[in-house]
Design a protein around this ligand. Sequence first.
Ligand SMILES: [Zn+2]
Length: 252
Amino acid sequence: MFFPWLALVLGLCLGSFYTVCVHRYLTGGSIVNPASHCPACGHRLRPWENIPLLSFFLLRGRCRACGAAISWRYPALEALSGGSTMALALAFGPSFAFIFLMVVTGIMLVASAIDWETFLLPDIFTYPLALLGVAAPLFLPLSWTDSLLGAGLGAGLLWGVRAVYFRWRGVEGLGLGDVKLMVGLGALVGVSRLPLVVLLASLLALAVFVLCIARTHRSQGLATAIPFGPFLCAGTWIVLIAGDWLAHIGLG
Ligand SMILES: [Zn+2]
């Protein structure tokens, strides 16, 4: 009863740390130094201005010192982290699987946020995720064969799609980062659930793509591009937490 709420608070605090990671990665700052501050005016945040999610609403999305708007992406990332950690707690209870997937989710969230902003999936996220993926059978109900085949075929599939697209259009549709990302994601779900991950990722990406076009087509034409990494992560995460249920209703 108590554990999921504890996980929610933990997830919100971790989410706050993730926003710092993303921001400092994008701006080239250090993760530990200096203390949290407003990127516009350097105003040092007091403890009550630094409460995950809550402070954003207390401050009405603006810096108290200079009035600069705080991006909604930060509270969104905190909310996603809090919600997903709570969901993991509900699905797995206090267990090693919970801790393992909490770390996995954290890397997915930070990598996805950076991919969303820059269209890049840095190796410092995809490589550790691949290592964690290969260790997944230690924590999750997954065989070593299933996991290793998932890594190989997952990456191979994306590499293939990437090569075909490049031949066809002459530009990169998928980055090499997506291929590296898929090593870890494929290993986490295993080869048997790989098709479901690709299906979910494609459906989610299509839905968001359509939404983006609907919002921007008047000003920018149809040249909307969205990164695929966040959707691969989202699809994987859904399969990790609800794979059995999806199989039960006939998917995957
Ligand atoms: Zn400020």
